[in-house]
Ligand binder design. Sequence first.
Ligand SMILES: [Zn+2]
Length: 417
Amino acid sequence: MDVIITNARLANYQEKVTIKIKDGLIAAIEDSHTESYEDKASENNANPTIYDAKSNFVCAGFYESHIHLDKACILDRCNIETGDLDEAVSETGQAKAEFSEDDVYERACKVIEMAIKKGTVGLRTFVETDAKTQLRSFNAIKKAREKYAFAMDIEICAFAQDGLTMAPQTYALLRQALTQGADLVGGCPYKDDHPDRHIEMIFDLAEQFDVNVDFHLDFDLDPKGSSIPKVVEETLKRQYQGRVSIGHVTKLSAMNTLQRGAMAGLLKFADISLTVLPATDIYLNGRDYEALIPRGMVNANELAELGINTTISSNNILNAFTPYGDASLIRMGNMYANIAQLSKDKDIEAVFDMIGKNAAKILSMQAEIAIGAPATLVVLEAKDAVTAIRTNAQALAGFKNGKQTFCNASAVILSGL
Ligand SMILES: [Zn+2]
C-alpha cells in the first residue's frame, strides 16, 4: 500500500474503517481494528504513509460547478455604490480591460489554493473572452490549470458575459478559445440585446466543437420573461439532453408554485442541471426593496425532489458581484441551507450532494468512495455529512489520486495556565 487512512467514518458504513490506497486508487475498505499499521509496515518494509482520520468523516471531495477565477479578488479595483447587477457588470467591465495575463494568473492561483484547502477537488471556471480581455485571461487560466493539476481538475468554459449578437469579436474569440483548449462554451442571454439569438449562437458553437453548454440565466426577480423555454427548445432540437447547465435562475424564486413547477418540468424533460449561487443571488437581488427584502435564491431542494440535478457553487470571490469569499463549498452549503430554511437531516444530506456528487456530474466526473475508484478523498472535522454542513466543518486533509494535497491542523484549546 502507498497510503493507509485509519479511523475514517464513511457514509453507509456503521463502523469506522481503514482505507487502503495503492497506485492512486482505493484498493480496500476494511473495518478498523486495533492492528498497528506502523508495525506491520515496518515488518513488510513497505513504508506506506499512515493518516489517522481520528474518527472524522471522509468524503470524495467537493466540486465547484460555477466559479469565475478570472475576475476574482478585484475588490480594490471596484467602486460599489448601488450594489446591483448592472453596477457589478460595469465595474468589472472597466477593471477587466486592464487585466494582464500575469495579474489573472496570480489571482486565479490564489483562489485555487483557497479552494484546495477547503476540500475542493474539481471546478468549472468561466473565462471571459471578449474585446476587453482578448485571450489574456484564458491563457492565464490554462497556465493555472496546469500548475494545480496535482490537486484540482479544472474545466474551462469560454464565456460571453457582455453580450454576443452585438459583439462579433466575442464570437470569434470564443471560437479561438474552443480551438485552443476550452472545455465548453457559456453564455449570458440577459446581458444581450437579443437573448434568444444569443442562446442559439452559443448552441451553434457548442455543436460545432461538440462541447457542453452553460448559461447564466434569468437573473432577476421578475417571474415573467424566462429564457428557460428557449434553452429547453434548443437543447431538445440539438439533442443536447444531459449536456446543458444553467446558473442563478433567480426568476424561479419569484414564480408561484404552479409556474415554477411548469418550468421544472421542462428542465427535467431536457435533463438540464441547475446551479444555485447563494452568495451572489442574495447579495445582488432585491436592491429596490425598502423592507422585507426577498432572498432571491431558488430552493434547489424543491427542484431536486422533482428530479432535476441541482448544485450549489461559489460563483464570485471578492469582487463587485460578491464582495465576500473564501472558496469554501461547505460554507456555501451551510449558507444555502440556512436561507432555504432547511432543518431535516435528509434535506441537509441533499445539500451535501449538491456540492459533491451532483456537482461532479456536471463536470462529467464521479465523486464516490469505492474500491477501484480514484483515491480522491477529503477529511472533514465532523462525524458525518449532515453535521459537516450544519457546523460549517473544516476540511482537515485532502488526497487527490492517492497523494495528499493539503492539511489543516485541527484547532487546539490551550489551558492558559
Ligand atoms: Zn457566474
